[in-house]
Design a protein around this ligand. Structure first.
Ligand code: FAD
Length: 392
């Protein structure tokens, strides 16, 4: 395991740091510190389009698709510096980190040429339309269906059904949807991955109000919505294979760089605890010290995963570990603030920590719940027998 970085990696870190500091002290100073899923949406999209125009959205993309093709360690360095700089969380994550790699891997040349450049520039914002009311952990139970209809001006898929928890769908121009295209099929068979224009007729996007006060996700209803026949990624009927590819991107590298953001949150808790005297409470002091030690453990685990070759069972445990750590950090923040945390004013440390606490509740749900992560660790990591499934 390597605990230090090469001179080239340090040079890359400096390049990223200098550029971000320059932007966030200058033309984009107003986006620094915007957080959560509802603050400064318009300004943040402008910032993300600026990142696209200046080439910072596609650092990890292959050179063949206009990217810089940096390696995984550099991706982590980039994400670390991004979080350290105070730049806001990304709203175009679905397009850049999930849809684009899926189109690169499973799409055809026409789809790559049509969608990748605009996705890189955040001219297209994407929604990931996988989950349904009865198809979340059991994703293969998708019931939204599409039928191919012949039309004089070109065949179309006609879509009926409902999706839910579609992050940022209210801002999206396009959606990538897992739908059933073979009538009567069950489970992972007979599914297809469709690219669907979200502003078209027959689509109703309804934001869901969340306890944070924002609306980051939505219900999406399809009532004879349409997309041209060639907007299928991979072969019709092979949607499951494509979806598994997308989820691999979701659970992989995209989550590895967030420790610098955690560091900033922990530092904020320490600042508040010192200011309001909570740090003198031995129980609080112990929990803060423990959070610090565990964050360091996560860092070494991430470095071990990155320098590992071949089988890497540690990677299976990472999401479960960091999400439960983050939820405990949220609880610690609320205990440090006491009653003041309940009525925090926007813009204050207390307000940001309160939002962090509330948003951390979803960490153990998105991209595979903690229960599902434990199943994965048991089955793939420890080789235990596979979970019994009801016959379909
Ligand atoms: C912040 C956030 C953003 C999201 N964004 C998107 C998005 O953009 N697009 C999208 O398609 N989806 C999105 N989702 C949905 C997310 O993928 C699902 O919520 C998740 O897969 C869980 O599915 P579910 O909510 O239907 O819960 P269910 O699958 O109904 O699970 C309910 C409970 O039962 C447990 N459970 C289920 N099956 C098992 C099992 N076999 N063994 C043990 N326990 C089990 C689960 O762990 C959970 O605790 C988002 C979710 C969140 C929280």
């Amino acid at each position: 395991m390597r605990l230090d970085f090469t001179p080239e990696q340090e040079a890359f870190r400096k390049e990223v740091r200098d550029w971000l500091d320059e932007q966030l002290a200058g033309p984009f100073a107003h986006v620094r510190g915007l957080e959560g899923t509802s603050e400064g949406i318009t300004e943040r999209f402008e910032w993300e389009r600026h990142l696209g125009r200046t080439g910072w959205n596609t650092l990890a993309w292959p050179k063949a698709f206009g990217g810089r093709q940096i390696d995984l360690m550099e991706q982590v360095l980039y994400h670390e510096e991004y979080a350290r700089s105070g730049a806001p969380g990304r709203l175009s994550h679905v397009g850049l980190e999930l849809v684009a790699p899926t189109i690169m891997m499973f799409g055809n040349d026409e789809q790559r040429a049509r969608f990748l450049p605009q996705t890189a520039l955040v001219e297209i914002v994407w929604a990931q339309l996988f989950s349904e009311p009865n198809a979340g952990s059991d994703l293969a139970n998708v019931q939204t269906r599409a039928r191919l209809e012949e039309r004089p001006d070109g065949d179309v898929w006609v879509i009926e059904g409902q999706k839910i928890w579609s992050s940022f769908a209210q801002y999206s121009q396009w959606g990538m949807a897992l739908v059933r295209t073979e009538p009567g099929s069950v489970g992972a068979k007979g599914l297809s991955m469709l690219l669907i224009p979200m502003q078209g007729k027959g689509i109703d996007i309804r934001p869901i109000s969340q306890m944070t006060g924002g609306s980051s996700f939505n219900e999406v209803f399809f009532d004879s919505a349409e997309t041209p026949a060639n907007n299928v990624v991979g072969a019709p009927g092979e949607g499951w294979k494509v979806a598994m590819g997308t989820l691999m991107f979701e659970r992989g590298g995209a989550t590895l760089g967030q420790q610098m953001g955690f560091r900033a949150e922990l530092d904020r808790i320490i600042r508040v605890a010192k200011a309001n005297g909570a740090a003198r409470d031995p129980g609080i002091a112990k929990r803060i010290a423990r959070a610090q030690a565990e964050l360091r453990t996560m860092r070494y685990t991430a470095l071990r995963m990155l320098s590992s070759t071949g089988g890497n069972r540690a990677a299976l445990t990472y999401k479960l570990y960091y999400t439960s750590w983050h939820q405990r950090l949220g609880e610690l923040a609320m205990d440090v603030m006491g009653a003041a945390g309940e009525i925090a004013e926007p813009g204050s440390d207390a307000y940001r920590l309160q939002k962090m606490y509330l948003e951390s509740r979803s960490d153990s749900i998105w991209a595979g719940t903690s229960q599902i992560q434990r199943n994965i660790i048991a089955e793939r990591g420890l080789g235990l027998p596979r979970e019994a499934k009801p016959a379909k």
